[in-house]
Design a protein around this ligand. Structure first.
Ligand code: TRH
Length: 364
């Protein structure tokens, strides 16, 4: 089938995840030989993830993706037989949406990632529209009945080839840290979390370890978090998204958050702690439980992740200390590696999406 044109619409609600997921999807569709256009309402946020971009340009091309501002999209016509991806129910520009039927577009509502089981029943369902444009729900997920997870071709091979290379050199080139001082037996941990994370429990547990820890903190260090005992807190710069995996691959344990960094930490194949994005009425805690059921982490790790997401510093201190004991640590490492491989055995989201759209277009 000929290359398709994908118009991806992204509004940045908060943080980096909206732009991060859309940018990654656009890059992957372009790498699969498709025409990918990303329309975004917050170019400065995207520029943080892709520092080569011009935050003031209305239109530009990078990594094979045509990037345009929302303002330009409002004046743009949909491509004939194009695929329009409305990310996270962001509401398309009215004029563009009104023109979609005449251009025979296919409309995809790309949803947030969730491990909840109802997602399997809703993925791929049609959503009839008054203007007659065929629209479908598309859910990322952790099981084959969903749209899958974003994963670049050969990502795990790339990771394996990288992980055997000298860690000090990799870390230094990525972060500028003077890694000669990194002890041979040190544990390197990434801390990417929300400001309300109970970091005091993390600090207390790591300070008392017999193994030294380098805790890498991108961006703003939580006020009060500091080096203590066996723990060294190391501020690091925010790395471009295209190199974020390399940062995760330098670490023995990754604290991640939101959506995109969670998925990347899974592909790293090493232990991780996830801080889920908070929702009203604590709805995120049900989502977290659904994910923990699928994760099947060892008991201290399940307790740690629950405590991390409930602002329970004492619980974090206790369960992290348990999870880092030699036996517990080995079990955690084994499960992280195994789940990464299990998930990588499923087709990835961009390919799934492409074949989903090709089938729907052939039928129409
Ligand atoms: O920034 P986030 O908290 O984004 C969140 C979530 O996506 C959440 O689900 C969503 O509802 C909310 O936004 C609106 O976390 P996330 O998803 O991990 O996005 C962070 C992005 O930043 C990810 O693409 C990785 C990238 N990143 C870098 O490129 N370099 C870095 O140094 C770091 C720390 C992150």
């Amino acid at each position: 089938m000929n290359a398709l044109t994908f118009d991806i619409f992204c509004r940045v609600v908060d943080n980096y995840g909206d732009a991060g997921v859309c940018w990654r999807l656009a890059r992957q569709l372009a790498a699969l030989g498709q025409t990918a256009r990303l329309w975004i309402d917050d170019l400065p946020t995207l520029t943080r993830l892709a520092p080569g971009l011009d935050p003031a340009a209305d239109r530009q091309t990078a990594h094979g993706v045509q990037i345009g501002t929302w303002h330009v999209a409002e004046q743009t016509s949909p491509p004939a037989h194009g695929i329009v991806i409305e990310a996270f129910a962001c509401n398309l520009p009215a004029r563009y949406q009104a023109a979609m039927a005449a251009h025979h577009c296919l409309w995809i509502n790309l949803e947030y990632l969730s491990a909840e089981s109802w997602v399997e029943g809703c993925h791929g369902l049609p959503s009839p529209q008054a203007n007659g444009v065929p629209k479908y729900f598309y859910f990322p997920g952790f099981v084959p009945a969903t749209g899958g997870l974003l994963r670049e071709t050969h990502l795990l091979d790339h990771r394996r080839r990288t992980q055997v290379q000298d860690r000090r050199r990799r870390l230094q080139s990525l972060t500028g840290l003077q890694t000669d001082a990194l002890p041979d037996d040190a544990r390197v941990i990434l801390l990417f979390c929300y400001p309300d994370a109970p970091w005091a429990g993390l600090q207390a547990a790591l300070a008392q370890q017999s193994t030294p820890t380098w805790l890498l903190v991108p961006g703003q260090i939580p006020a009060g978090l500091q080096s203590q005992g066996a723990l060294q807190v190391m501020p690091i710069p925010f790395v471009p998204q295209a190199r974020f995996d390399e940062l995760l691959w330098c670490c023995d344990l990754n604290f991640v958050r939101g959506e995109d960094s969670l998925v990347r930490a899974l592909w790293a194949g090493v232990p991780l702690v996830w801080q889920i994005y908070r929702q009203d009425a604590e709805a995120h805690l049900d989502k977290l439980d659904a994910w923990l059921d699928r994760a099947r982490w060892p008991a201290p790790v399940q307790a740690l992740i629950r405590a991390w997401n409930r602002q329970d510093a004492a619980g974090v201190q206790h369960s992290l200390a348990q999870a880092l004991r030699p036996d517990g640590w080995r079990t955690w490492q084994t499960r992280a590696a195994a789940w990464s491989e299990e998930l990588a055995a499923m087709p990835d989201l961009a390919r799934n999406l492409l074949s989903f759209c090709q089938k729907r277009l052939q039928k129409s």
